[in-house]
Design a protein around this ligand. Structure first.
Ligand code: IPM
Ligand code: MN
Length: 369
């Protein structure tokens, strides 16, 4: 199997966590005889510093000809004063749009070993397995017009929440198809009691649901969804959301797992798939070797599954993550109350690699019997 990956380490903890994800992918390539090729390019604040642009043409060109893109994180406080279109985050949005992936999959899985690390009670978080399907190319993030203008001697700022039927349909289908392979339930999140975009969202999702009779559909207003996610997360299987609601709810859902550092994501449906941990650049802990690489490593596992179609290898990585946690190894963010041994970002990456090698051995032994 040939896989050409463009790696965009980006800002803050991005370089540290992507380094470990690449290491795990190399381990998989070695143990299974695949040929994975990695090329690094600057993006976000890192690129602004060297070229003035958060998404230089050379970076974009490389991404467009890759099989997959692995991004660390973008955003740094030194750029906070810039207008939106010149910030590192604008580069990420341009990249998402250019690659074309409209369905952002964010699995929220609770590992038993990490239950005590969650601020929620164990009986609430244990066994949780939710897939958030976040629409990624529409809504307030991309709607026009947007801007800040002078008005009566002061300023007015505005953004546009906009969705077409087609944009809703295509992401809804991803959610229903995913649900068929899971527990066959989709909860669609909207604010249909206030927003026209949400009324169209609800109507369209309800219509598409008829094509998937084996899947049960329910609807929640986003405020209620935020509440249920914390009080009764077991009620969710697949959660389908528009762009901004999904951004907010996925950070909230991460507390179930113990840390935002645990969450992985895959963006599919476009010309080139994009993989990024859900966490941001975390400038406060950057460069200290303490960031949690498991979100980035989990994103690499999703790359094996969705782009490379290497389901066994994806499961090996996920099993390795689970094994390392079960054995008691923790980065600082997930150490709370679990009595584990605290390790660095690089040590965690190495442990997952060792477990991957071990898992692969075990699987071969099993097949040989
Ligand atoms: C995320 C991030 C991004 C988003 C930012 C960095 C633009 O928060 O991937 O969740 O809002 O989509
Ligand atoms: Mn976010």
């Amino acid at each position: 199997m040939q896989l050409r990956v463009v790696v965009l380490p980006g800002d803050g903890v991005g370089p540290e966590v992507t380094e470990q994800a690449v290491r795990v992918l190399r381990e998989i390539a070695d143990t299974h005889g695949h040929n994975f090729d990695f090329a690094e390019y600057p993006a976000g604040g890192q690129a602004i510093r060297t070229s003035g642009s958060p998404l230089p043409p050379a970076t974009l060109d490389a991404c467009l000809t890759a099989h997959a893109v692995l991004l660390g994180a973008v955003g740094a406080p030194e750029f906070d004063h810039l207008s939106f279109d010149r910030r590192p985050e604008a580069g990420l949005l341009q990249l998402r749009q250019a690659l074309g992936g409209f369905a952002n999959l964010r699995p929220v899985t609770s590992y038993r070993a990490l239950n005590p690390a969650s601020p929620l009670r164990t009986e609430i978080v244990e066994g949780i397995d939710i897939l958030i399907v976040r629409e990624l190319l529409g809504g307030l993030y991309f709607g026009e017009p947007r801007g800040i203008t002078a008005h009566n001697g002061s300023s007015v700022a505005f953004n546009t929440m906009r969705y077409s039927v087609n944009e809703i349909e295509r992401v809804a289908r991803v959610a229903f198809k995913a649900a068929i392979k899971r527990r066959r339930k989709v909860t669609s999140v909207d604010k249909a009691n206030v927003l026209e975009t949400s009324q169209l969202w609800r109507q369209t999702v309800t219509r598409i649901a008829a094509d998937y009779p084996e899947v049960k559909l329910d609807h929640l207003y986003v405020d209620a969804a935020a509440m249920h996610l914390i009080t009764n997360p077991k009620r969710f299987d697949v959660m389908l959301t528009e762009n901004l609601f999904g951004d907010i709810l996925s950070d909230e859902a991460s507390v179930i797992t113990g840390s935002l550092g645990m969450l992985a994501s895959a963006t599919i449906g476009g010309a080139v798939d994009l993989y990024e941990p859900v966490h941001g650049s975390a400038p406060d802990i950057a460069g200290q070797g303490i960031a949690n690489p498991l979100g980035a490593i989990g994103s690499a596992a999703m790359m094996l599954r969705h782009t490379a179609k290497l389901e066994d290898e994806a499961r090996d990585v996920e099993a390795a993550i689970s094994e390392v946690l079960r054995a008691g190894y923790r980065t600082r963010d997930i150490a709370r109350g679990t009595g584990g041994r605290v390790v660095s970002t690089a040590e965690m990456g190495e442990l997952v690699c060792e477990a991957v090698a071990g898992v692969a051995d075990m699987r071969h032994a099993y097949h040989a019997v």
